[in-house]
Design a protein around this ligand. Structure first.
Ligand code: GRF
Length: 204
């Protein structure tokens, strides 16, 4: 499978996906990395010799212009799957439509709690701690036109400890993201994902 990965940050999930393609867990190849800004993830991509593009939505007058440029870049590599790994912008409707049920995102909480617009990075973990939750985790979901909203594909829990800080919780959740995101990609490699309405079924 050819994969395109969208990033905005440190890129540890990107690095992990690349590692999983090299160690044989995944049969896919990361063919394209797109970011909305210069970031560490872009450096990871470039140093891995992966085709890389920075496309800042601010440079386009509207969503449709931004969507068009994203599509032009995606069409060059014809990905089978698009993976959002720490991408902070909303995917334009036209791209969601063109890649219907073929875009996935990893979110660092158990959706539908602690997700949505503005819920990213340490804000998520701070909100979980402020609420007093006993568990949190990672969610991989199929992307639709709303933030953190599409059908849930995989979720994994981690405990929330009394002495957790947002940073310690984030780090525990990152560890399970490094499992569930490659597992989700593998499900697509094996054509085991079926979407019906807002439900994602895994065929056994
Ligand atoms: C992850 O926690 C992911 O759940 C969220 O953004 C973070 C990206 O981390 N969507 P990294 O850039 O892969 O290290």
């Amino acid at each position: 499978m050819k994969i395109a990965v969208f990033v905005s940050g440190t890129g540890t999930n990107l690095l992990n996906i690349i590692k999983k393609t090299k160690d044989g867990f995944l049969k896919s190849e990361v063919r394209l990395v797109i970011s909305d800004r210069g970031c560490e993830a872009i450096e990871i991509s470039r140093s891995g010799g992966i085709q890389t593009a920075i496309i800042d939505p601010k440079n386009y007058p509207d969503e449709s212009g931004y969507g068009k440029v994203l599509m032009q870049n995606l069409e060059k590599c014809e990905p089978d799957l698009v993976v959002l790994a720490g991408f902070l912008k909303r995917i334009p409707n036209s791209v969601v439509k063109n890649f219907a049920n073929r875009i996935i995102n990893v979110h660092p909480a158990l959706l539908p709690s602690f997700g949505g617009k503005g819920m990213y990075g340490m804000k998520v973990h701070r909100a979980v701690l402020d609420y007093g939750c006993k568990v949190s985790g990672a969610t991989v979901h199929v992307v639709d036109t709303e933030y953190d909203h599409g059908p849930v594909l995989l979720q994994r829990c981690v405990p929330v400890k009394d002495d957790d800080t947002p940073e310690s919780l984030a780090s525990r959740i990152h560890q399970v993201e490094y499992e569930v995101l490659p597992e989700a990609i593998k499900l697509f490699e094996e054509s085991r994902v079926e979407i019906e309405g807002r439900k994602a079924f895994i065929k056994w």
